[in-house]
Design a protein around this ligand. Sequence first.
Ligand SMILES: [Fe+2]
Length: 151
Amino acid sequence: MILDLRAEARKHAPRLPSLPALRRAARETWRGRMINEHGSGRVFDALVSQLSRAGFDDEDVAECARFAGEERTHGVLCGAVVEALGGEARAPIADPRALPEHRDVSLREAALRNVISSPPRCPRPASDETRLVWEAVSASRSDMLLVREAR
Ligand SMILES: [Fe+2]
């Protein structure tokens, strides 16, 4: 599978200092970030789908979808840096991984497990940033969601 963010990334064209000795390493670093950020969007997309199927409030699903959109935007912006460094915002990526379905519990509990669980039960999010967002979501939302569950 090829991730191709060239068209979107080229709309940004950030100005960078000329540091030829660092150009190649910087390009590969930002290419990796581009892949990770985009991958984080896919993780949140999968969670959106699971939260929706489980019947969570539209507001909660929409917030998770916003996270996905933000991550995709970050991927484009990282790609813009790759382009500004003389590379292409294009790279092979792995097929998306499905979130665990936890078939032994309700759809809502399964979704919550994926929000709050940590490896090895749940795939590790694609980047440190996603992990931090994931943990923030866990901290701020899981209590609220579990309270709703208890009603
Ligand atoms: Fe991000």
